[in-house]
Design a protein around this ligand. Sequence first.
Ligand code: MRU
Length: 356
Amino acid sequence: MYVAQPIAWTVRGVTMLDQRRLPAEEISYTYTDYREVAKAIREMVIRGAPAIGVAAAMGVALGVLHSSAESVDALTTELREICATLSETRPTAVDLSWALERMCIRFAEFTAQTSDLAKIKQAMVEEAQQIHLEKKATDEGIGRFGAEFMPREGQVMTQCNAGALATGGIGTALGVIRVAYEQGKKLHVLVPETRPYLQGARLTAWELHKGGIPLTLITDNMVGHFLKSGKVGAIVTGADRIAANGDTANKIGTYQMAVLAKENSVPFYIAAPVSTFDLSIPDGDGIPIEERSAAEVTHLQGVRIAPDVHAAHPAFDVTPARYIAAIFTERGVALAPYTESLRALASSPQSAVTAR
Ligand code: MRU
């Protein structure tokens, strides 16, 4: 089945598929400077929590690789600057800071062993590639655990795009749907368009269509209507950050979907890697919410659709844990109470466990 490739490390640099141009055009760029990678993340050439983590790691690798520093100390100073630039790009998805931290830990480990700059640079490139590889394996694990919770047939709903484009693997929420579909479950996906950036209409519809999975595109204000119909068996979405108590930040619109799901007795699931947990934040109130340009609300694909008035664009919202029926991860399935199950999964080995 078709799997989109949003990012790759190549001999020429970091290649990214420009997600802003989809579905109309499939155009890729190759970046050789970490500042270009930071700009690409900020401007949504690449987006989706795990994918921007991979992009940030590759940005660090690029920055270190092309550094003219002549000592480990000078390279360490540059690494700090590279990480600061990349970490300022998007605030909500914790995978980004997770990936930067992991690159820095690897740098510290390696420079404790050697001062050979060529070897250090090579190790950083390898670590970024390793993070990308692990994301692919992680998605497969999430997919396997989550697929068991999908209905045998009928409609399922998602939000935004939590597919291959958002992770660099098979996707988290769409990975669950894909695995279930490949297992023979006869699913039909309801895809809300996800205003204002239209990740549902432009990206999820594109991915599912290319993968041959049946879908119906709906506008965001149809969500309640479809949930009330009694025909939707489950909702599965991705996540950008999960607080210690299970409160989950995801694309704007997810919260109202979860509330409507509860009202209509439709189970609402989250699919996300353990790297999306932020156990340092007790609950959703501490999750930073990115405010994007109001022009993305007043304009659609560059065309003005509203008068020149004040508009707001919080890019994410927080769904309280009480609306979440389960959280699928690569290490198992977390159920309420999440304060315990998330902590158990975070400290468990990579092997599969079901935490309760
Ligand atoms: O603003 P975006 O497109 O980066 O937002 C993406 C989402 O909200 C996704 O649902 C989330 O990152 C999970 S991606 C597997």
